[in-house]
Design a protein around this ligand. Structure first.
Ligand code: NAD
Length: 347
């Protein structure tokens, strides 16, 4: 599997856009366009080094290739990263410069929301370039609630695989109470789940305590919570050879892209008896939603939600195959993606 994954390590194109005057330092990465044009959100994050930003965007764009392929969509993998603090640096001038970069790419990359990049930002760009999804005008709006819905259904699929038929009394540890994490908490709470939560924003934790009776947990302790499910909904890189032994839950199912430091870490989870819902399978709802805008005839919410409703079926199939073949779930998911991309390549 590692060799097959390595064959998918090469990106087709990577662009670096710099405009010092307007504060833009951005990378756009297109991983693979065999199935269609590169589609994936723009992340705004103040990485300390260019290398860290590059690693992040390369991993994210690669994940988008797999996400589209498993979800049966005709898009390739792409992602952008603006190295900036979204709260302090994201000025109209910076976004203007970024819009110019997208225009120069001339339709090779379609973008949308991600961490630090909001619907308002997408709307701002959409006035300047057509290659933006997740907009309010002529678009499908914020994809996060749809992502959260898919993750919610995916958590239920994982519990079902483990013989648990209801969320009532199930304990979920949620890391990150942002756009997706918060909506996920709403859904879990409405069906009787018990929540432990954390966020670098302490006020958010207090709000979750009030809204859902959630138990606030220190940042470093969320992994250790003796919950039924750990739902990573912040950034990636939280599960590694160092942290997996600390994990309290027996299911990992959340929205975060790349929660595993290495693909191989899923084997460590398997060996500990932890069921892992592969990130790009469970969190595909947002991509399904924004991609629908680009379909002939435009956005159709009902058809999109029908596709999102298939996420738990796909996961159930992956869980069953992984168990029968004694393989990590992300190996099985990657295989589904390879098969689709390779079949398209041979056509
Ligand atoms: P967001 O920026 O709205 O929320 C992220 C939250 O995580 C914030 O509240 C932030 O304070 C918190 N956070 C950051 N670092 C943390 C840490 N170390 N510990 C605890 N909390 C921390 O982002 P979002 O849109 O909710 O996305 C969350 C994750 O889901 C990201 O990894 C994103 O790539 C992934 N994702 C999002 C979508 C979508 O539709 N928004 C789709 C697919 C995947």
């Amino acid at each position: 599997e590692a060799a097959k994954l390595d064959a998918f390590d090469n990106h087709e194109r990577v662009w670096h856009g710099r405009d010092e005057e307007r504060g833009l330092n951005a990378i756009v990465a297109i991983h693979n366009t065999v199935l269609g044009p590169g589609l994936g959100g723009t992340r705004v994050w103040p990485h300390e080094t260019f290398e860290a930003a590059l690693t992040d965007v390369l991993r994210l764009s690669r994940g988008m290739t797999f996400k589209s392929a498993v979800a049966g969509m005709d898009f390739g993998g792409g992602k952008a990263l603006i190295i900036a603090n979204s709260k302090t640096d994201k000025t109209p001038a910076l976004l203007e410069a970024y819009a110019e970069m997208l225009i120069a790419l001339n339709g090779q990359y379609f973008t949308g929301e991600d961490v630090g990049f909001t619907v308002a930002d997408a709307d701002f760009l959409r006035e300047r370039t057509p290659n933006v999804t997740g907009t309010t005008v002529g678009g499908s709006g914020n994809p996060s609630p749809v992502t959260a819905h898919g993750v919610f259904l995916g958590i239920k699929a994982a519990l079902k695989h483990r013989g648990v038929a209801t969320l009532d009394g199930v304990h979920v540890a949620v890391q990150g109470l942002g756009s997706v994490g918060w909506t996920l908490c709403e859904k879990l709470h409405a069906e009787g789940a018990r929540l432990s939560v954390t966020d670098i924003d302490a006020a958010r934790m207090e709000q979750a305590k009030d809204a859902f009776g959630a138990t606030p947990v220190a940042l470093d302790d969320i992994l250790k919570v003796n919950a039924d499910v750990f739902a990573p909904c912040a950034l990636g890189g939280v599960l590694s050879a160092e942290t997996i032994p600390l994990l309290g839950a027996k299911i990992v199912a959340g929205a975060a892209n790349n929660p595993l430091v290495r693909h191989e870490d899923a084997r460590l989870l398997m060996e500990r008896g932890v069921l892992y819902a592969p990130d790009y399978v469970i969190n595909a709802g947002g991509l399904l939603n924004v991609a629908a805008e680009l379909a002939p005839g435009g956005y159709d919410r009902e058809a999109t939600m029908a596709k999102v409703a298939k996420i738990p079926e796909t996961l159930a199939d992956i869980f069953a195959r992984a168990e029968a073949q004694k393989r990590p779930t992300n190996d099985v998911a990657a295989e589904i993606a390879f098969e689709r991309i390779n079949a398209a390549r041979q056509r």
